[in-house]
Write a protein that binds this ligand. Structure first.
Ligand code: ARG
Length: 502
């Protein structure tokens, strides 16, 4: 059986119109249709955001003389009380209403009587649902961003201790060139910085208020959409009322940003899974993030990390669903758009849970420095250094490449590393090497020599650490200010609300 949905309404039509639109109907909604089209069981997550937006709308109506003081006062008080009760948990968002917007209107009318029936003046559920969802998206993006910053902090901290821990860097999953563990960890941090940028950009795209677009054609009342936007802490309002109610780019942007984030986490997770194998042995996972096998007593499985790798699938599914949802949809609002919420909510939930797990996993990852060091042998990992050394002595790179290839073959035949070959052996393949060549071949020397911008040399890694720190401090500062925003301070005695609640 499917999950329980909305409560069924009475079968007979309410003469006063139980639904917001009841007037022209002579039959009640079929219970199967009510359950099928109802969205309260998921859009109740928007209750605080809708209440804030409704408060802003009511204040604007008063300021623009569309409602009188006597008309607007009970609405503002009623909405503030509902908000207070929802926040302190004494009022549950539940009932036969088709969506959260209908629920709020019913609650308001129940509390303040007929006065509540004026709230919907110069507004439609089409612009109402848009503003509530945008405010919600911004709040959730802020939470995801703070998870990203938290994970970055852990990785940066680890990197700062491992500027001189060396291991192979891989291409094609074959040992390529030596790098520092710090450089390696900061590669993941860089991917997360791009995620933060994408999440910030989705946050900006959600920051346009559609309130005042009405159903699709604005309003015949002298409304002030800029005022409602400003009251809600948004600095922009729509330029076209039809686009305002049809636009779901901010939903796509947010879902895409979450999908890419989860893809990044899956790549990081996959690496931990690989590194924790006996074959690699570069990390050991602490017991707090490992699980056992029900059959094989010796097993310690990185199951949480596997779940993390797997979580990307649903966020990729969600962005695919959302793109499919809006593709080919005619202007302006269509009820298909109600289907935007569940995939989006799931992406936010998945991103937040995954980041919390990733932070726990990262903290419980013990690097095995001996295994990393051993892996530097056995792969001729500094062959490129030898070629560069020859180039410095004037040998064209392609010639040097061929000569080093011969030296690699010679070392392989003897079963030793390049740095174990004698000078004479090296010279027989590479006549232009100088006497100090064997220093050049040591992994830590190779890493130190790779001092180009963004490279793994300790000094360059130090630069990266400084840069990442500045970026993170800026993000943390921004997040701090966001948590002070009017939406977060959704209390009746603050800024936006300015209403006495009894
Ligand atoms: N529940 C709808 C949604 O989530 C809002 C109502 C839109 N307007 C309408 N006429 N059905 O998008």
């Amino acid at each position: 059986m499917p999950e329980p949905r909305n409560e069924s309404p009475a079968e007979e039509p309410d003469p006063d119109g139980a639904a917001l639109w009841g007037g022209r109907f002579s039959q009640g909604l079929h219970p199967a249709i009510h359950a099928f089209t109802g969205s309260l069981h998921f859009d109740r997550r928007l209750v605080r955001h809708d209440l804030m937006a409704s408060l802003a709308h009511a204040r604007m109506l008063r300021e623009c003389d569309i409602l009188t003081d006597a008309e607007s006062e009970p609405i503002l008080v009623g909405l503030s009380e509902i908000l207070r009760d929802v926040e302190d948990g004494s009022l549950e968002v539940d009932g036969p209403d088709e969506d959260v917007h209908s629920w709020i209107e019913r609650m308001l009318i129940e509390r303040v009587g007929d006065a509540g029936k004026r709230l919907h003046t110069a507004r439609s559920r089409n612009d109402q649902t848009g503003i509530a969802l945008r405010l919600y998206v911004r709040e959730r993006l802020e939470d995801v961003l703070s998870g990203v910053a938290g994970l970055q902090r852990v990785l940066v901290e680890q990197a700062s201790h491992h500027r001189e821990t060396y291991l192979p860097g891989y291409t094609h999953l074959q040992r390529g060139q030596p790098v520092s563990l710090a450089q390696h960890l900061l590669a993941h941090v860089s991917a997360l910085t791009q995620d933060a940028d994408r999440l910030r950009s989705a946050h900006a795209s959600a920051g346009v208020s559609p309130l005042g677009a009405g159903a699709l054609a604005g309003s015949s009342f002298p409304i002030d959409p800029e005022r409602t936007a400003a009251l809600l802490g948004l600095d922009r309002t729509f330029t076209n009322s039809m686009h305002a109610v049809a636009d779901r780019d901010y939903v796509l942007d947010a879902a895409y940003a979450c999908a890419v984030l989860l893809v990044h986490l899956s790549r990081w997770a996959d690496e931990i899974i690989l590194w924790s194998t006996r074959e690699f042995g570069f990390v050991r996972l602490q017991d707090s993030v490992s699980q056992g096998s029900s059959l094989m007593p010796q097993k310690k499985n990185p199951e949480a990390v596997e779940v993390l790798r797997g979580k990307s699938a649903r966020t990729i599914g969600n962005i695919t669903a959302l793109l499919t949802l809006v593709k080919g949809l005619p202007l302006t609002y269509n009820s298909d758009l109600q289907e935007d919420k569940e995939p989006l909510f799931d992406s936010f939930d998945t991103a937040e849970w995954s980041l919390a797990a990733a932070i726990a996993i990262a903290r419980a990852t013990d690097f095995q420095l001996d295994a990393m060091e051993s892996a530097l042998s056995g792969g001729m990992i500094t062959a490129t250094e030898l070629a560069d050394h020859l180039v410095r002595a004037g040998v064209p790179f392609r010639t040097a490449h061929a000569q080093v290839g011969a030296a690699v073959r010679a070392a392989e035949q003897r079963g030793v590393e390049l740095w174990d070959l004698s000078l004479d052996e090296l010279k027989s393949c590479c006549p232009d090497v100088s006497d100090d060549v064997r220093d050049v071949l040591l992994p830590e020397r190779a890493v130190a020599a790779h001092d180009s911008p963004g490279g793994p040399a300790p000094a360059r890694v130090l630069e990266q650490l400084g840069l990442v720190d500045r970026t993170l401090v800026a993000l943390e500062h921004w997040l701090q200010n966001r948590t002070d925003s009017p939406i977060r301070r959704a209390h009746a005695d603050e800024g936006l609300l300015d209403v006495e609640v009894s």
